[in-house]
Every structure is written in structure tokens, then in C-alpha cells.
Design a protein around this ligand. Structure first.
Ligand SMILES: Nc1ncnc2c1ncn2[C@@H]1O[C@H](COP(=O)(O)OP(=O)(O)OP(=O)(O)O)[C@@H](O)[C@H]1O
Ligand SMILES: [Mg+2]
Length: 495
């Protein structure tokens, strides 16, 4: 511990090696000179007064009872310290023994702890937001099945030239937009359907480019710089397209019609220094990654907004929902990747998405079932606890030439299947229901008839994605869906 012996007049009489190291001064320069050289200029006057007062009535002043003190070093920098004082009498002369504690390490640890606390609180908040977004999106999807489905039924039933048909189509369009928003919320919550396949991201981007271009006004230049020899990455292609869509449309929105956007891919070996620039979210990766960058030379993002932009519902745009980047982050995390943003006001913004090359553990649903029953009016058993979903499914199935039996309780559904399974051509099954979840229902159905084709309807909660169907072949319907999609999925599951 740094210690000094100081005389009444403030002259340092002894200073140990640790003091020299702390003050960055040789012993010769410390001993014999005034202790004032170690006191920050601003505190020097006060310090002489304190010293005089202290010497009037010297007493032991333990560590920790001092003021906020600092020690000035040779280079003018200061070190926060705590100083303990001990009066000493040597041969009639009064001295003060000062012991000094360097507080830097302690303060650093305190800052780190405070930072960790902030991060933990932030993680908690995000967890609740995710739960909420996922839950709301899940319920919305169920309602939208009815809105979108019935609107599509109506539009199909009406004279295409009639005004009524136009109204129905307006409902269909609004419901489709609502479904898009629900999809973004699900993506943020870490939900959504995952079909992970090794993918050449360059090929994916090239194929998607015509669609991306429609997001960008003609006056904005969109260029690609795709790295050669990109290793294949295990991703859900639809979700990666969602990332590209969201990042490019944000860039286009920010630029207000002028400038250029560059889409870049690269293979990167992660080094820790990489994390020093910009703001990072998601897992800190190691090893080899594939990067997708979206850069623009738009107005940039103010530094104090940078952390907020990934929050759900944070937007600075009048017509924005603030779900674009929240969804991107959810998707990136679900792929075990990370994302950074680097922005300078007036210069532009770069979002970098890093995806690990290793395999991620999501199980995609398998393809349609084996050929099975074919009869004049095949019977479909619909098991879903939502009235509106069952009613719509029955109507839509009727349009496709199917008969439907409906069960609102999974236990009733199983009983109906037990009685009717020889006539039932397919089961349309909701994945999340009270009493019995879709997976259990599926197992029970299989026990009765292992070959029954099943189409599951998924509202995409986290639990549903991780649901594994042990290699079974099932069809999947993403809620909400139109009559057309329902009938196609059912037909392909049966053929
Ligand atoms: N490339 C960019 N340049 C400047 N600001 C950006 C950029 N990308 C995002 N932002 C800022 O981040 C905010 C949040 O983006 P986010 O995509 O999450 O929501 P949004 O675009 O406002 O709404 P939406 O839900 O329709 O996507 C934007 O409102 C904008 O202020
Ligand atoms: Mg957006």
C-alpha cells in the first residue's frame, strides 16, 4: 500500500515504493518536497487549511472516512484515492502517516456492476416485451384467420365487378397488412416458423433483388457487392428475406428519395476488436460467420437514439410501426447471430448482420403426407378451440368440396376421430389449445390411425416452433390464411 510520512510543514519525509509508482515520480522527487504537488491544483488551497486544522487536533482518521479525494500524478492526470491519516510523534516532532488507497479498481468494478444491473434490467424488460408481443400477435393471428378468411370467401362469392366485392377486397387487404404487422411482432418475440436449410446467401439475395428493388425509389441507387465463395449458412430463407426487406426499406425511408444503398456479403472471422465499433446486439459470436451489410448514405441516426431503434414500437416515422428492426433483431437472435449498427450524422448508416456458419437447432416441418384416401366428398376433421377459426375453416373447406366435422375441444376431437377415422381424410389441427396441445393431440390421433394426414395450423408461438413431430410428415398452415392457401395445403397433404 502507498504510504508517506508528512511533516507539519507539509514536506514529505518518507514515501514508499508503492507511492512512487502511484504518483509516477521517483523517490528523490517526492521526498523533501511538499505534499501539495500530489494535490490537484483546484484543491490545494483547501488542502493547506485542512492540514492546519488537522494538526491543531490530530486524531486517527481511518480509511473510508475521507472526502472524495484525488491524487495528481507527474503527467497531470488524477487518480481517485482514499486517504487514512495517523498522527505520529517522533522525538517531539509531529508527523502524519498517510496511507493511500487507489480507488480506480474499486470504481471500475462498481461501474461494471452498475452496467451489469442495467443490462439485466434491460434483458428483463425485453423479455416481458417479447412475451407481450408474441402473445398479442398469437391472438391477432387467430382473429385474422376469420377476418382474412371470410373476406376472401366473400370476395370470391361476389360478382368481381360489384362494389360489394371491392369492399370485401379492401377488408382482405387491410387484414393482410395487419397480418404482416403480427408477423413482425412474432419475429421480434423470437417466434415464427423456422425451416432451416443450408443456404447460399448470395443466391438468395440475387433471387430476391427484383423484389427488394420495388422497396426503393428509382432515384435511389441500389448496389450489391457479394463476396465470392461464401460458405452456405443454415438459415430460414423467408426470415432472411424479411431482414433484407426491413433493412432496405428503412434505408430507403431514411434517404427520402436521394442517395445510394449498398448490400454486401462477406465471410468474416470474428475477432474481439470487431465489437469495439458501433452498437452490438445479440450473441457475441466467435469463429467464422457470414455477414450481410446494408449501408446507406442517408441522414444517419443520432447517437442517443441508436440503442432505442431496436425496441419494438420505437419509430420516428409518421407512418412507421417501429417493428422493423425489432423483428430483424428477433430473427438474428433466433439464428444465433448478432447485429451491429454504425451511424454518423449526415454520413449514413450501416447495419451488419452476422450469422454463424454452424448448424442451428431448429426443426422444420416436413413435407406433405403420403397419398391416402380419395373419395367424392372427403371428410376433414377440424380441431381448433377458436369458434371463428372453425367456422371459417368449415366454410372454406365446403368451397373446396370437402365435408367438415368440427371439434372445439381437443378431447372431443380425439373421440370424434376414434369413431369416424375410417371416413376422415385429413385432420386440420390447431397447435396451441387448452387441455391438450397440438402435439399431444397429434400423438393420440396417430395411435388410432398412424397414417392419417394432418395439417397443423400454427399461430407461431415459441413453443410451437420447437415442437418436434419426430420426423412425421405433416402439412403446416401459417395463421392467418386465405381460403386459397387452406385448400392448397389440404390438397397437397392429401395427394
Ligand atoms: N437506415 C436508417 N437511417 C436512419 N434512421 C434509421 C435507419 N433505419 C432505422 N432508422 C430509425 O430507426 C427507427 C426504427 O426503425 P424500424 O424499422 O424498427 O421502424 P420503422 O421503420 O419506423 O417502422 P416499421 O415498423 O414500419 O418498420 C426508424 O423510425 C428510424 O428513425
Ligand atoms: Mg422499418
Amino acid at each position: 500500500m502507498p504510504m508517506m510520512l508528512v511533516a507539519r510543514d507539509g514536506v514529505i519525509r518518507m514515501a514508499n515504493e508503492a507511492t512512487c509508482t502511484l504518483a509516477e515520480l521517483p523517490q528523490a522527487q517526492l521526498i523533501g518536497s511538499s505534499v501539495d504537488q500530489l494535490v490537484p491544483a483546484a484543491a490545494r488551497a483547501a488542502h493547506s487549511r485542512w492540514r492546519a486544522d488537522y494538526l491543531e487536533a490530530p486524531e486517527r482518521r481511518p480509511m473510508g472516512s475521507g472526502r472524495d479525494l484525488a491524487l495528481t500524478r507527474a503527467d497531470g492526470s488524477t487518480v481517485p484515492v482514499e486517504i487514512g491519516l495517523n498522527p505520529l510523534q517522533v522525538e517531539g516532532e509531529r508527523f502524519v502517516l498517510c496511507s493511500i488507497i487507489d480507488l480506480r479498481e474499486r470504481q471500475r468494478a462498481e461501474r461494471d456492476r452498475a452496467q451489469l444491473e442495467i443490462e439485466a434490467a434491460e434483458a428483463d424488460r425485453l423479455r416481458s416485451l417479447k412475451l407481450m408481443a408474441g402473445g398479442v400477435a398469437h391472438d391477432f393471428n387467430n382473429m385474422l384467420v376469420s377476418v382474412l378468411g371470410n373476406a376472401s370467401l366473400l370476395a370470391g362469392a361476389l360478382d368481381p365487378e360489384s362494389e360489394l366485392c371491392e369492399w370485401a377486397q379492401d377488408i382482405e387487404q387491410a387484414a393482410t397488412q395487419a397480418a404482416e404487422l403480427a408477423k413482425q411482432m412474432l419475429a421480434f418475440s423470437g417466434g415464427g416458423q423456422f425451416v432451416v436449410e443450408p443456404t447460399d446467401l448470395n443466391a438468395l439475395i440475387r433471387g430476391f433483388l427484383p423484389l427488394i428493388k420495388t422497396l426503393v425509389p428509382r432515384s435511389v441507387m441500389l448496389r450489391t457487392r457479394l463476396a465470392e465463395d461464401l460458405p452456405p449458412v443454415p438459415v430460414d430463407r423467408g426470415q432472411i428475406r424479411q431482414i433484407l426487406t426491413n433493412l432496405v426499406s428503412n434505408a430507403a425511408d431514411a434517404m427520402k428519395g436521394e442517395g445510394s444503398i449498398v448490400l454486401r456479403t462477406s465471410t468474416i472471422t470474428i475477432v474481439p476488436e470487431l465489437f469495439e465499433q458501433g452498437i452490438w446486439l445479440g450473441d457475441r459470436l466467435t469463429g467464422t460467420c457470414v455477414g450481410i451489410d446494408v449501408s446507406d448514405d442517408g441522414p444517419g441516426i443520432p447517437p442517443d437514439s441508436l440503442r432505442k431503434i431496436f425496441e419494438p414500437f420505437y419509430t420516428t416515422r409518421k407512418e412507421g410501426h417501429g417493428m422493423g428492426l425489432a423483428a430483424v433483431l428477433g430473427i438474428v437472435k433466433a439464428h444465433g447471430g448478432c447485429i451491429s449498427v454504425y451511424s454518423e450524422l449526415g454520413q449514413g448508416t450501416t447495419f451488419k448482420v452476422f450469422l454463424p456458419v454452424r448448424e442451428v437447432g431448429h426443426d422444420g416441418p416436413a413435407e406433405a403426407a403420403e397419398p391416402d384416401v380419395s373419395s367424392a366428398q372427403p371428410l376433414v376433421l377440424v380441431i381448433d378451440d377458436e369458434d371463428a377459426v372453425r367456422r371459417f375453416a368449415a366454410r372454406a373447406l365446403a368451397r373446396g368440396g370437402y365435408r367438415a366435422e368440427l371439434a372445439g375441444d381437443p378431447r372431443d376431437g380425439i373421440e370424434m376421430f376414434r369413431t369416424l377415422h375410417q371416413q376422415i381424410a385429413l385432420v386440420l389441427l390447431d397447435l396451441s389449445m387448452p387441455h391438450l396441445n397440438g402435439r399431444e393431440v397429434y400423438r393420440l390421433l396417430q395411435r388410432i390411425d398412424p397414417d392419417v394426414p394432418v395439417v397443423v395450423m400454427s399461430g407461431f408461438s415459441q413453443e410451437e416452433i420447437t415442437l418436434r413431430f419426430a420426423g412425421r410428415r405433416i402439412g403446416v398452415l401459417q395463421k392467418p390464411f386465405t381460403t386459397k392457401v387452406l385448400l392448397e395445403t389440404v390438397a397437397s397433404a392429401m395427394s
